[in-house]
Write a protein that binds this ligand. Structure first.
Ligand SMILES: Nc1ncnc2c1ncn2[C@@H]1O[C@H](COP(=O)(O)OP(=O)(O)OP(=O)(O)O)[C@@H](O)[C@H]1O
Length: 439
């Protein structure tokens, strides 16, 4: 016998999703579908255990399947607890839906939630993507997410819920004035509805129009990115040739792809203002990730968290390393580490006036005091350094004498005498740098 189709209902235990669960069970019985209630235990509030038990008890009473997952972990640094809880809630719902064999998840959002969302987005200065608010149906992570009650009002659902003989959970954070949505719900929406009775319907229409505009903007961005051959890197010259509106739109779409996270408007604004020429620059975008403009293209690179930009780094290659630390150098993938050492190091004052250059050929390096300076190739061969260990910046003093070569170390002619304070230098590749511990 073929198995029955499975519909999942995301049920917080609140009035709306409890009512939705009931209505879905009634429809499911008629249509021969199995209904499973999915509950996420956020582990953030004292009442959370009770809510999970109540939803489970309700499922037993209504003869519905029940799945529950307790969230693990905590927000990353800089992430709000609400954003973390929201993201993890949807991930947990997706896991549970798949585990239950459901391909569709129903959510209890209604017209008033949608109107609030549009207003909140407008108050944050959102564009079409934000104002599009919550889609009625969307495919994500291989599942269909649907909000069947997006056109129903809160009071309509309340009167249905009143017939069910249940005590829905009341989340006290919904009335907490620290949250913008609570302030809007408690103070602004009642006044708005009194003055404009159709406000909710009108705001939901804004969401639909914005959704259409967003779809057109997505198409234009995809077309522009294809034409300028943007992939993992965004070529800056053809991108700059776009009109300012299309440039902004394409940049936002490209960032959304490479960051795989919401794109802050502040980042878009900075990039637009700071990519007017091909100077090498970097922008930290959270975690270990850095956006870098280099050789006429913008790309996302991973670099060691501990890296800092040397204050004295300049486009002409001049550089000052004034303290022991781990440094990122513009235009180079990897990290330069300066550390205190007892031998084979360099006097710290020599590192205050450096010049960074790529290997040009013809440089001579001396491995030992009293040894002979030889070509880098010969010295690499003598030490058995493989090709992949030879990439990196060469450091010279202001007079052009070679001081440091990646893989070979400090030139013996620049070594400080034994017993005096001295610093060693080490270059690590991106893979090694990513593993490095913060200093
Ligand atoms: N902890 C949760 N577990 C399962 N689904 C949830 C949970 N929290 C929210 N949802 C889903 O997201 C929808 C909207 O959530 P929101 O936080 O706005 O509602 P709520 O006030 O918690 O509850 P309700 O919408 O049921 O009255 C819910 O209707 C429900 O479908």
């Amino acid at each position: 016998m073929p198995s029955r189709p499975v519909v999942a209902v995301a049920c917080s235990g609140g009035r709306d999703s409890v009512a939705l669960l009931h209505a879905t069970l009634a429809a499911g019985r008629e249509l021969g579908m199995r209904v499973v209630a999915l509950h996420v235990h956020h582990g953030l509030m004292a009442e959370a255990d009770r809510w999970a038990c109540e939803v489970e008890a309700l499922c037993e009473r209504w003869n519905a399947d029940f799945a529950c997952e307790r969230l693990q972990g905590s927000p990353a640094s800089g992430e709000s607890i609400e954003a973390w809880a929201r993201r993890e809630r949807y991930r947990a719902l997706a896991r549970m839906a798949r585990g239950a064999g459901a391909s569709i998840v129903l959510l209890g959002h209604h017209l008033h939630d949608q109107a609030e969302t549009v207003l909140l987005q407008a108050l944050r200065g959102a564009g079409p993507a934000g104002l599009a608010a919550m889609p009625r149906v969307v495919e994500r992570d291989g599942l269909t997410w649907a909000r069947p009650w997006l056109a129903r009002t809160g009071p309509e659902i309340a009167s249905y819920a009143a017939t069910l003989d249940v005590q829905p959970a009341i989340d006290p954070s919904n009335a907490d004035p620290r949250f913008a949505r609570s302030r809007l719900r408690e103070h602004v929406m009642p006044a708005l509805r009194a003055a404009f009775p159709e406000a909710d319907v009108a705001l939901a229409a804004v969401a639909r129009r914005a959704g259409e505009a967003r779809a057109v903007l997505d198409d234009v961005a995809a077309e522009d990115l294809r034409r300028i051959a943007a992939g993992e890197a965004l070529p800056l010259a053809p991108w700059r040739a776009l009109s300012i509106a299309r440039r902004t739109n394409a940049l936002r779409a490209w960032l959304a792809q490479v960051l795989d996270a919401p794109v802050p408007q502040t980042l878009v604004d900075r990039l637009l203002a700071e990519t007017a020429d091909d100077t090498t620059r970097r922008w930290l975008v959270g975690g270990d990730r850095v956006l870098r403009s280099w050789r006429g293209a913008l790309a996302l690179v991973a670099l060691a968290r501990a890296c800092v930009t040397p204050a004295g780094a300049r486009a002409d290659g001049a550089l000052s390393l004034l303290r022991c630390d781990r440094y990122m150098l513009d235009g180079w993938d990897g990290a330069l580490e300066v550390f205190s050492t007892d031998g084979c190091g360099i006097a710290p004052h020599l590192l205050a006036h450096l010049v960074v250059r790529v290997r040009a050929g013809g440089e001579q390096f001396q491995l030992h005091p009293g040894g002979i300076a030889r070509s880098l190739k010969k010295q690499y061969q003598a030490l058995g350094i493989p090709a992949e260990g030879r990439d990196g910046p060469l450091l010279f003093d202001a007079a052009g004498a070679l001081l440091f070569v990646p893989g070979l170390g400090v030139d013996a002619r620049a070594w400080a005498p034994a017993g005096v304070p001295q610093w060693g230098l080490r270059w690590t590749s991106p893979a090694q740098a990513a593993k490095a511990q913060p200093v």
